[in-house]
Design a protein around this ligand. Sequence first.
Ligand code: RNT
Ligand code: ZN
Length: 418
Amino acid sequence: MNQTERYEAAKEMYGKIGVDTDAAIARLKEIPVSLHCWQGDDVTGFDHEGPLTGGIQTTGNYPGKAGTPEELMQDMEKALKLMPGRKKLNLHASYAIFEKGEAVDRDKIEPKHFAKWVEFAKERKMGIDFNPTFFSHDKVKDGLTLSSQDEETRQFWIAHGKACIRISEYFAKETGMPCVMNIWTGDGYKDIPADRMGPRMRYKDSIEQILAEPYDKKLVKPCVESKVFGIGVESYTAGSAEFTLTFAATHEGCLPLMDNGHYHPTEVVSDKIPALLCFFPEIALHITRPVRWDSDHVVLFDDETREMAKEIVRSNALERVYMALDYFDAGINRISAWVVGFRSWQKALLAALCTPHDILRKFQDENRLTELMVWQEEIKTYPLGDVWEEYCRQCGVTADKSWFKEVEKYEKEVLLKR
Ligand code: RNT
Ligand code: ZN
């Protein structure tokens, strides 16, 4: 059988359980997924010297890391060509591009420092999401930023947040797509603190000050990302799950952002998605792969990844959930890391779109739970690969692993020469 025949056979098989694979493919093509620039250079950015801080860590020393905006864009371009589907660009403030000799601190950055990124995104019809960078900077004082007791420090970071709101609005206006602006800080303590509420009260006030910056709520979607712990901040994080969720719930227009590496290892974000959708008009996600902890491994087509995609699709919430990838692996080819992670999430969405949710829901509602189990197990071996192949064909990218040959060639010709 050739590819067309295989797809037709798969389509028929899915059709028999009430799944329209053509419609699934058409829908998937429209869903934007945000691709994080920071996988390309191990979260280094261009605006500072010095180590990655904030309780996050990249490990590995694979050759070819992008060192300039040009290299990062070139690598990203290579990766984008190997992924099917609609992409959005996810930037951090530390990726500002300055003129030679220009020194602008984070509290003073302006839209013009991101003009080259806007050009990059517009040429590819991509929207842009944004993240103020509250780490890897000498004004992080004793591990704290927005929750610092030092007023000068706190004000500096509030000014940074406000500058980022203005830049986010500029992104939205330029690209014609809303900009999701995510606030995450690594603020916290390694050991048992004496005051847990104080830093949180300051954090709350700081985010309120940032959001007091005027902006168009249709264009900028601010969110707050929670975290349970980080490296060196094992005992306490100011932006805990309860803190950020309650903040978002009590501040109109502010979205909760769940990163699936930021919970206790037996908690699952797939279950949290529909819980939040009962209350929030919109939510945001960082999709990652935590291996035993918040390790930020490359996203794979694994059970929890599939389950998260399923929850979004069967809650009919593709328009209400902003999806972004967030991982950083410096131990393998960075372009492959981008491509594998993005394709995995695309596969998960496709699998979710090719699931007969109405039938399964009916089984549940009629308490036919044995049948539900039988069906759910049966569907697992349906020929999703043939639908994936067709989707990739329509998107003009290779469906099988032959894309890796291109990465190998690029590694030899470009990356290893850096
Ligand atoms: C850290 C958070 C955060 C970062 C990025 C770089 O644990 O997940 O989202 O990964 O902002
Ligand atoms: Zn994250």
